[in-house]
Write a protein that binds this ligand. Structure first.
Ligand code: ZN
Length: 275
């Protein structure tokens, strides 16, 4: 153990040449690739590549190695082993802690970009120096990184699991039912509502499974399992184009290994979830 991302939100420091630097170019991540080994560049690489940036945010440590997030300004001529790839692709290639750190980095940078001005009075904001937050010098409004909770649920019916094809999914992919939690709503109600809205069935025995950040762009996915209660599948036709019950022997194309959806599906496959 010891190589998880350890989030630190109240210590401010500058990066040293050997610290990891999660560098984003308009939402895409700079990586270092040697043979099939993908790593995150260190500040020394950033310096050698002559990459310019305004702010650096200390986001935590992995195995005691400090991690920083920076948003590059302008273009760069990439030399040798460096590439810029979409964050989602990065998730398929690397250990989970690196993907989670890159996700945290992109969330902080996105928040930085979208909170330059106070939402209350329009003044220019400043970074607070004791936590990751922005403060308005005019009206003292404090703005933290925005995190949007979303639920995702495996609905089980005997030896079958409900999988749905969302119109936004590529390659005819099928996944679990998911959706954002509404203002003023508790998680269990969100689970029931999303399932009913998207596929028209009622569920029972909702149980928390686990959660995972989903940085596309700033969600926290909260995973559940539930049991089918009643009703026939009837998709909404807007968001969900097709849904059906699948046994583990006839799965369609399902999400990649690093997603929470896949972890819940794999758990169903491995143990036929006890619910
Ligand atoms: Zn203000």
């Amino acid at each position: 153990m010891g190589d998880n991302l350890k989030i630190i939100s109240n210590i401010f420091r500058k990066g040293n040449l050997n610290d990891l630097c999660f560098t984003f170019f308009k939402g895409n991540l700079l990586i270092k690739k040697k043979d099939d080994n993908i790593t995150i560049p260190i500040f020394d690489d950033i310096k050698k590549l002559n990459i310019k940036y305004e702010n650096e945010f200390f986001i935590g440590t992995i195995d005691k190695k400090s991690c920083f997030a920076v948003e590059a300004v302008g273009e760069v001529d990439l030399l040798g082993d460096f590439e810029i790839i979409p964050l989602y692709e990065f998730g398929s290639f690397v250990k989970e802690e690196l993907f989670l750190a890159a996700g945290r980095a992109t969330q902080i940078l996105n928040w930085d970009k979208t909170h330059r001005f106070c939402g209350k009075c329009g003044s220019k904001t400043e970074n607070k120096n004791d936590e990751i937050a922005k403060v308005c010098p005019n009206c003292n409004n404090v703005m933290y990184p925005v995190i949007c909770p979303a639920i995702i649920v495996a609905v089980i019916n005997g030896d079958k699991i409900l999988l749905a094809h969302n119109k936004g999914f590529k390659n005819n992919k099928y996944s679990l039912i998911a959706g954002f939690v509404e203002a003023g709503e508790d998680l269990e109600s969100a689970v029931k509502r999303e399932v009913f809205e998207e596929v028209g069935i009622k569920i029972k025995n909702i149980n928390y499974y686990t959660s995972s950040p989903w940085s596309f762009p700033n969600s926290l996915m909260i995973g559940f399992t539930a049991e089918y209660e009643s009703g026939e599948i009837k998709v909404d036709g807007e968001e969900i184009l097709h849904a059906d019950w699948f046994t583990k022997d006839n799965f369609p194309n399902i999400p990649d290994k690093f997603t929470l959806a896949r972890k819940i599906i794999d758990s169903f496959t491995d143990k036929q979830l006890e619910i």
